[in-house]
Design a protein around this ligand. Structure first.
Ligand SMILES: [Zn+2]
Ligand SMILES: [Zn+2]
Length: 148
């Protein structure tokens, strides 16, 4: 991954659903992806998840204390998946500090938490091996502005 010019970065503002956790970060919009991995499916309760990758050094926690959940991958690597212990909103996934020193990790921030959600269209899809077939095109489905 090539180095990003600071001018390409976007300030992002996030919070969990209950508002106990508030954060800001500098994000590169080119690092916004859809993830179709089975962890994202299960933990979000949805077919895929929308993520933007942010360097830990560019992430500022302004309020609250994320609760980490640790999972062990097939590779044996541990991942830290942080959420709000009060409302259950998923915040980000990152490496554990045993693997990557504190401050140098990458946070995969869930873009649904962000005020800038609409300005971070995904640039790629990952873990397509577990993608559900119908996820490719939902634009033909009838839609209403609120609940039908
Ligand atoms: Zn919360
Ligand atoms: Zn995923």
């Amino acid at each position: 991954m090539s180095e990003t010019k600071r001018s390409e970065m976007m300030k992002i503002h996030g919070s969990c659903h209950c508002g106990q956790i508030i954060f800001e970060a500098q994000a590169n919009p080119a690092r916004a992806v859809l993830c179709h991995c089975t962890d994202c499916q299960m933990m979000s309760g949805s077919p895929y998840r929308s993520i933007v990758q942010v360097k830990e050094a560019d992430f500022s926690l302004l309020a609250g204390e994320p609760k980490p959940y640790f999972k062990v991958g097939d590779s044996g690597n541990r991942r830290e998946l942080s959420f709000c212990a009060n409302c259950g909103s998923h915040l980000y996934a990152t490496s554990v500090t045993e693997d990557v020193p504190n401050g140098q990790r990458t946070f995969g921030i869930r873009t649904g938490l962000l005020r800038e959600l609409a300005q971070l269209p995904p640039q790629a899809q990952v873990w397509c091996q577990s993608k559900v077939a119908w996820a490719d095109d939902i634009s033909h489905l009838p839609g209403v502005d609120q609940q039908s």
